[in-house]
Write a protein that binds this ligand. Structure first.
Ligand code: GLA
Ligand code: CA
Length: 695
């Protein structure tokens, strides 16, 4: 590590300048310009939270005839009633856009990611695009809340079918769905929940997928204990921190099968953590899940196939076991191809999220013969430039990297960078038209918590930006067009900044290239490090980046989901400022203010207060450029017209992605519209680790 004992040259330069003088704004600010109007299509019918589902026993249950005939009657499966919980999760028909469905057909996804393996709990990606979302069932569920009036909002029950708070609000007792089973028939119990908590979340060597499930995401000092097989009890430092019910949804509290995972975990075996992580490679089939479909076939760079889970614990009000769809595909291609295939009809669903594809997709979808519907939602897709704020070792920076971190931590430097970004040009380079808006950073303009007047925008001003760099001592001493570090810092070389980018998305790459060009005009040399999404995540969580272009996640699009990621409230909650292993967070004063506001928000029950806290948050975040906004725009859900029960107006991203928000387990296809896409008709998942499905 090179930072030990170094004089912080930025601090040294600022010596003698009083804090007050620094406050005197060299840069003019204003609220961001009003975005071009873009009315969301597809009107959402808002409903009461309790109108979606309930847990109860029904007089009788049914399943597809072929499952009953081929598997149950032959003794290959226990009777359906024994496979279901005492009180299954029941979807109410009144909330279904097209009512109760019929069995059959396939949903064909196309994804750009690639599976690392099935160990979600140890942080392995399954390739995204809704695949892990379908496998994982979590204590609570939030994606469908987009249709629930914001005032009524509390996460939906899921694996936790209900909960009670103690009178003082410090204890939360959760009742797990009783008698539910993993897809291999083994009971799901509090032991699965405790294993996920003790040997996943609070084991510092394990970090579940999504990167957010660190203990502090559930509050400092929070504990969890088993009461009995179907009851667990949380203890919180704060009273009634209802916010954590959101943290218990995807992606942070989705337990895996302890009976399969535990024997491979280092605490219970001779395995290393690396061996544990890799114990269930993509080739491992029939991994037990609580989700509606089980992976039964995998061909590298080709496809992952899933078949219905005969132990699935959700039904409709008629008692029909879900899911309605017998099979699900994930074709392993590219994200851009997902849009192309969905509009062409060779794929079934896409989140149209890359503006480069908007025009062609809209054209095709407008034709009467179009196989798919396409509907835009609110402007909830945003991109930010993240600067690594750790100056005490996250990602083990070398001398150049350390010098960049020192710059990143300097407000005037960040002001210079943001002022040198021509956001109109950036937006137009992605797509012309009323889609993109100027996004200064902070909360997304599509959330109910957004307040334009609390949003501080630094308009494009290249001259002011250049002047600021000069003031910081960043001058092009060797006349090659790029400013140099001052003598004695990083060898006085050019300021060179490495930008971490996910190469799976055209948009991420376009934005990065746009930044390289605009930074060159400022005299800052930016070098792109474009890697695939699995490598990107590893670099990001490891702190191995100077800057990163990143698609915003749901703390900015919903505020209530992943709230702790809005600020460095703990050593591992922020996207751009985490503590190095074994060290504390070198938090800056404005970040501390942000963290305090976020903690107050998490612990407040008062809606008006929460709105006000988010206004304050937005002001501090955007004024201090905690993140540097790049652009924001609406996304559109593309879905094949043959599917029923797709809620109109489903946003592609709010609390979670559309794959979750449409509730795929209750999506169906009318008998006369069903396609012939099934690769394993009338087959069911086999035993864990066995090669394929069974007949
Ligand atoms: C990727 C895609 C998104 C969505 C998510 C689901 O990130 O880009 O559109 O499908 O996966 O996890
Ligand atoms: Ca130079």
């Amino acid at each position: 590590m090179h930072y030990h004992g170094k004089i912080n040259w930025i601090a040294a330069l600022s010596l003698g300048v009083s804090a007050f003088a620094l406050q005197a704004q060299a840069f003019d600010t204003s609220p961001p310009p009003e975005p071009p109007p873009f009315p969301a299509q597809g009107k959402i019918t808002y409903v009461a939270r309790d109108s979606i589902l309930e847990f109860k026993a029904l007089p009788s249950y049914s399943e597809p005839a072929w499952v009953a005939d081929k598997f149950e009657k032959t003794g290959k499966l226990p009777p359906l009633k024994e496979r279901l919980p005492e009180e299954p999760l029941v979807y109410k028909i009144a909330n279904m856009p097209d009512g109760a469905g019929v069995y059959g057909d396939t949903m064909r996804h196309v994804i750009g990611g690639r599976p690392e393996g099935w160990n979600y709990m140890a942080g392995q990606s399954q390739g995204w695009g809704g695949i892990d979302i379908a496998l994982s069932e979590c204590l609570t569920r939030t994606a469908p809340l987009f249709q629930v009036d914001a005032k009524d909002t509390e996460p939906l029950p899921n694996l936790a079918k209900g909960w009670d708070w103690s009178a003082d609000g410090h204890k939360l007792t959760m009742h797990l769905v009783k008698g539910a089973k993993w897809s291999d028939g083994v009971p799901f119990t509090a032991d699965d929940v405790m294993f996920y908590w003790e040997d996943g979340v609070i084991d510092p060597n394990v970090s579940p997928l999504g990167g957010g499930a660190s203990p502090e995401a559930f509050g400092e000092g929070t504990t969890l204990r088993k009461i009995d097989d179907y009851t667990v009890e949380w203890t919180f430092k704060a009273a009634f921190p209802k916010q954590y019910l959101y943290t218990m949804a995807y992606p942070n509290f989705c337990p895996g099968p302890a009976h399969i995972l535990k024997p491979k975990h280092p605490k219970y075996s001779k395995n290393t953590y690396e061996q544990f992580r890799n114990a269930f490679p993509p080739e491992y089939m029939n991994m037990p899940v609580m989700g509606a479909w089980v992976p039964v076939a995998y061909r590298p760079d080709d496809i992952i196939v899933m078949r219905r889970n005969p132990y699935y614990w959700k039904v409709d009000e008629k008692g029909q076991q879900l899911p309605y769809l017998d099979e699900v595909h994930y074709k392993l291609s590219t994200w851009a191809d997902r849009d192309v295939q969905a509009v062409a009809g060779s794929g079934d669903i896409s989140n149209l999220e890359q503006p480069e594809n908007f025009v062609a997709s809209l054209k095709r979808a407008a034709e009467p013969s179009a196989p798919a519907r396409l509907a835009f939602g609110p402007r909830l897709i945003g991109y930010s430039l993240l600067m690594n704020f750790s100056a005490n070792g996250w990602g083990s920076p070398d001398e150049r990297e350390q010098a960049v971190r020192d710059l990143n931590r300097n407000l005037e430097f960040r002001q210079a960078i943001t002022s040198a970004i021509d956001r109109k040009a950036i937006g137009d380079s992605l797509v012309k038209g009323p889609f993109t808006a100027i996004y200064p950073g902070g909360l997304s303009s599509g959330t109910s918590f957004y307040d334009r007047n609390s949003t501080v925008y630094y308009p494009y001003n290249l001259e002011a930006a250049k002047a600021a760099l000069k003031k910081l001592g960043l001058v092009d001493t060797d006349n090659d067009g790029f400013v140099n570090f001052p003598k004695g810092t990083a060898g006085g070389k050019n300021v060179e900044i490495v930008l971490l980018v996910n190469n799976g998305y055209t948009t991420d790459k376009s934005l990065a290239e746009g930044l390289v060009g605009q930074m060159a005009k400022l005299g800052i040399r930016v070098v792109i490090n474009a890697v695939d999404s699995n490598q990107r995540d590893a670099a990001h969580y490891g702190g191995r980046f100077d800057w990163a272009v990143r698609r915003n996640s749901s703390e900015l699009s919903s505020v209530v989901q992943n709230t702790e990621q809005l600020a460095p409230v703990g050593p591992r909650t922020s996207w751009n400022h985490r503590a190095p292993e074994g060290k504390t967070l070198d938090i800056m004063p404005f970040e501390q203010q942000m963290a305090d506001l976020v903690n107050r928000f998490i612990n407040s029950q008062d809606n008006a207060e929460r709105v006000d806290l988010m206004k304050q948050y937005q002001k501090i975040s955007t004024e201090n450029l905690y993140t540097v906004g790049l652009t924001e725009y609406p996304g559109a859900l593309i879905i094949n017209k043959r599917f029923s029960n797709i809620p109109p107006g489903t946003p592609i991203y709010m609390f979670n992605w559309a794959e979750d928000a449409i509730m795929r387990e209750r999506v169906w296809v009318a008998a006369d519209k069903q396609g012939k896409y099934e690769l394993f008709p009338q087959q069911l998942p086999g035993k864990p680790g066995d090669r394929g499905p069974i007949e």
